[in-house]
Design a protein around this ligand. Structure first.
Ligand SMILES: [Fe+2]
Length: 347
């Protein structure tokens, strides 16, 4: 291409708006025009960086691929904008892929000549630095947002897996069906009524689902026994908080619910198990789940007895304030029971 026509094209690019005719001549001598079809890859992530691009006409997108194969668009650039600068500046491999979103014409400059441009036209270097800082900020914010979204997705998947495991555990006994899910919902509602921090409420949700996970090792014969359990059988049942804790101990991201599992059969007056903890020695989550657990047990049919209606169950729990249950939690529960149509809200 004759230099005059190239200079004409460079003049049309806003990137070179402030550049003098003399400097444009120099840039024209070191830049090459290239065309890319729609969908064509211009830069491949991780490849060696040797070229800097300025868009004459067209549109490109910068894509970052994550380990799970998902692609995120970091930016879209069109006429007059540039790309491919990052790897050129830090001399590392390309950190993202650039793809033409429509037929695109670029002016490209080699790595060596790019340095020349910066020397010849310092204001271009300054403009690039300013733009780069904006892009880095935007990319950082986007990646953080993406990471948070992925975390939420993972937490959701993990919660659903836990739900599936707990449901299959409850399948063994028709009387237990839905118990853990309801305890979880009620514990969350009590925690919310108490104004607990969001993190503690999420733990209650998880802990409610997992509180009886230790029952997995207990035989169906004992679980489904219709007569009152004898002492040795009851001793076996009483093992489930400790067994559950040991099971969940092996899963690093569930460590937060170990106190919930271990202490959900403790009683406020110290007569519970497995550690006979008293009052606020019992982790708060254990105190909340203990109440939700008993309320659900009372209001559902069990092998040895029929369900109690929810009003009677609420008044039983209120009577047990300071005995089985923490008075502060009982009053939150009572407020919840008075304001909402128990137990339909949770069933
Ligand atoms: Fe339990």
């Amino acid at each position: 291409m004759p230099n005059s026509s190239k200079i004409q094209k460079l003049k049309e690019i806003s990137f070179f708006l402030e550049v003098s005719e003399h400097d444009l001549l120099e840039i024209a001598a070191i830049s090459t025009e290239r065309h890319f079809a729609m969908g064509e890859i211009i830069i491949e992530e991780n490849s060696k960086a040797e070229i800097f691009f300025i868009i004459y006409k067209g549109k490109i997108e910068i894509l970052k691929k994550f380990e799970d194969g998902e692609e995120v668009v970091l930016g879209v650039y069109s006429d007059g904008e540039f790309f491919g600068e990052m790897a050129i500046l830090d001399e590392g491999p390309r950190s993202a892929t650039a793809r033409a979103m429509e037929p695109t014409t670029v002016m490209q400059v080699s790595y060596k000549d790019f340095e020349k441009i910066l020397g010849v036209v310092p204001q271009i270097a300054y403009e690039i630095m300013k733009e780069l800082s904006v892009r880095l900020r935007q990319t950082g914010a986007l990646l953080v947002w993406q990471l948070k979204r992925k975390n939420r997705e993972l937490a959701e998947v993990s919660l659903n897996t836990i739900r599936a495991v707990v449901q299959s555990l409850e399948e063994r006994n028709p009387f237990l069906k839905g118990h853990s899910e309801r305890v979880s919902s009620l514990a969350v509602a009590i925690g919310t009524e108490m104004g607990l921090p969001e993190e503690e409420i999420s733990s209650l949700e998880l802990g409610g689902l997992l509180h009886d996970i230790g029952m997995i090792g207990i035989s169906d014969t004992i679980i489904n026994e219709a007569r009152p359990l004898n002492n040795p059988e009851y001793d076996i049942i009483k093992q489930h908080p400790v067994d559950g804790k040991h099971m969940i101990e092996l899963i690093p991201h569930l460590q937060q619910v170990l106190p919930h599992i271990l202490s959900h059969h403790e009683r406020f007056d110290g007569s519970g198990y497995p550690e006979n903890l008293v009052g606020t020695q019992i982790p708060r989550a254990g105190r909340v789940i203990a109440l939700a657990d008993v309320f659900d047990a009372l209001t559902t049919d069990r092998p040895q007895r029929k369900r109690m209606d929810s009003k009677a169950a609420v008044s039983y729990i209120v009577d047990q304030s300071g005995i089985s249950f923490d008075p502060e939690i009982v009053s939150a529960f009572k407020a919840l029971a008075e304001n909402k149509n128990f137990p339909d809200e949770f069933y």
